[in-house]
Ligand binder design. Structure first.
Ligand code: ATP
Length: 241
């Protein structure tokens, strides 16, 4: 479905944040992208969404395609229209807008009927957001804000949902709820998921396939259960040996 081939990404025309990365997300797959801070994971998601800025010296080489169609030269809104929706690290909500206004921003490319069906689906998935729909998003808890960020992406109607560090800073109960939701979206709707996570154990539990990125390169990839059994992964990422 999504294919990256020999992708290289530079910042300031010189700093190589991503070096020769090739990866795939198959239809209906949950794929985990793992690696330590600064490994290049966020940069890869930004390249897929096409939110890099060439005027600031951000350069992308290599190929990125969705179902065979080249995505590299498409504007970010067209990438969303084609079904790839990104939940960024740190959530990036509109803090002074209400929950419902934030969710509706995800529907900016959709008609009224699709928007209202999308809101209903999100409220079904996260009843807490329905209760809080008139609240200002900036005053919600971290977990509720993450639900809004995911809900906003779902309103856009993704075929492939990209989540950047959804568990970061959240309480264990909320992390479980978020991960159960991710699994349900995948199982019940066949939604493909590209999941960037610091918490490798958590990600490998839900993913079908995993990639480990170090210093901008893929150093290991394979079925999630095989990655979880790898001795180096156990030592460096899972905290056991
Ligand atoms: P994290 O989980 O901390 O976000 P990451 O694996 O997502 O880590 P990236 O954020 O993609 O890593 O960063 C990859 C490398 O690119 C790092 O060395 C980072 O310092 C550098 N980098 C990221 N954004 C920029 C930028 N706007 N300008 C210059 N260098 C950057």
């Amino acid at each position: 479905m999504l294919t990256l081939t020999n992708v290289q990404i530079l910042y300031d025309r010189a700093i190589e944040a991503v070096r020769d990365v090739s990866l795939q997300v198959g239809a209906g797959q949950i794929v985990a992208l793992l690696g330590s801070n600064g490994a290049g994971k966020t940069t890869i998601l930004k390249a897929i969404s096409n939110v890099l800025y060439p005027e600031d010296g951000e350069v992308l080489h290599g190929e990125i395609s969705l179902e065979g169609a080249d995505l590299k030269r498409l504007p970010a809104d067209e990438i969303v229209r084609r079904g790839i929706v990104h939940v960024p690290e740190g959530r990036r909500l509109f803090p002074l807008m209400t929950v419902e206004e934030n969710l509706a921003m995800g529907g900016f490319l959709r008609d009224r009927g699709e928007l209202s069906a999308g809101l209903d689906r999100v409220y079904g998935l996260f009843p807490r957001l329905k209760e809080r729909r008139r609240y200002v998003a900036g005053y919600l808890s971290g977990g509720e804000q993450q639900m809004v960020a995911i809900g906003r992406a779902l309103v856009a109607g993704p075929k492939l949902l990209m989540l950047d560090e959804p568990s970061l800073g959240l309480a264990p109960q909320i992390i479980d709820l978020i991960m159960e939701t991710v699994v349900a979206l995948n199982r019940e709707q066949g939604m493909a998921i590209l999941l960037v996570e610091q918490n490798a154990a958590l990600a490998l539990e839900v993913a079908h396939y995993g990639y480990i990125v170090e210093n901008g390169r893929v150093v290991l990839d394979g079925p999630a259960e095989r990655i979880a059994r790898n001795e180096d992964v156990k030592e460096f990422y899972l905290g056991c040996s």
